[in-house]
Design a protein around this ligand. Structure first.
Ligand SMILES: NC(=O)c1ccc[n+]([C@@H]2O[C@H](COP(=O)([O-])OP(=O)(O)OC[C@H]3O[C@@H](n4cnc5c(N)ncnc54)[C@H](OP(=O)(O)O)[C@@H]3O)[C@@H](O)[C@H]2O)c1
Length: 194
């Protein structure tokens, strides 16, 4: 039976994706791609086939991607050669005849020039590669995960609070300036400012 394979299955996102898939598929339909099978014993215990491999080992990708119909490609750790890792995985998916690849880049505004180190540029690289690969692909764009929000607001935000810059003009006053969107203009008369 051709399978749905999830890479990075020893990590958070990969494991949770498989557990979700398990609600709608028999375990025999699912496979987990991991560097260290010891870290996926729980998944094996649920009947999910565990395949050992590494993005930097093309032979292991070839073995791991055999008889796979759909692939969820979990991006590898930041501050490693993500471009090479993802390119190896996408090339192996093409060679293996995989029909559909799902990848989760971080959400960005179209044409944004904002660069998040070790994230946005690697995502753009991977997206371009997928788009030119001939594979059917889905980009499930996600916002920053809450588990890393401490990097932005401070690790002790619960104790210290969060400081934000005062707005130049309170947003309610822009109503008087007529600067609100038609949606807000229609909403405000029924919900006056406090
Ligand atoms: N948007 C955000 O705010 C945000 C936050 C955190 C993460 N992320 C991204 O989402 C990805 C998944 O998140 P997560 O929380 O699930 O991360 P995670 O728990 O660290 O999982 C990463 C997975 O990638 C695997 N991996 C690393 N290098 C590999 C390689 N060379 N070959 C094969 N597999 C490899 C890891 O295997 P091992 O267990 O062997 O290390 C692990 O299973 C992260 O890698 C990161 O790119 C985004």
């Amino acid at each position: 039976m051709s399978k749905i394979l999830v890479t990075g299955a020893s990590g958070n996102l990969g494991r949770k994706t498989l557990l979700q898939l398990l609600k709608k598929n028999p375990p025999s339909k699912l496979a987990a791609f991991v560097r260290d099978p010891d870290k996926a014993k729980d998944l094996a215990g649920l009947g999910i086939e565990v395949r050992k491999g590494d993005y930097f080992d093309p032979e292991s990708l070839k073995r791991g991607f055999k008889d796979v119909e759909k692939l969820m490609l979990i991006s590898t750790h930041a501050f490693t050669d993500r471009r090479k890792a993802h390119a190896n995985a996408i090339n192996a998916a093409v060679d293996a005849g995989i029909k559909h690849v799902v990848y989760m880049p971080i959400i960005r505004k179209a044409n944004s020039s904002f660069v998040l180190q070790e994230v946005t540029e690697e995502d753009k690289f991977t997206e371009k590669l997928l788009m030119s690969s001939g594979l059917v692909y889905t980009l499930a764009k996600h916002p920053p995960f809450l588990d890393v929000i401490g990097n932005t607001i401070g690790m002790n935000a619960a104790e210290t609070g969060v400081r934000i810059r005062q707005l130049r003009e309170p947003s309610w006053s822009s109503r008087r300036a007529g600067g609100l969107s038609p949606f807000l203009q229609s909403w405000l008369p029924r919900h006056p400012a406090p």
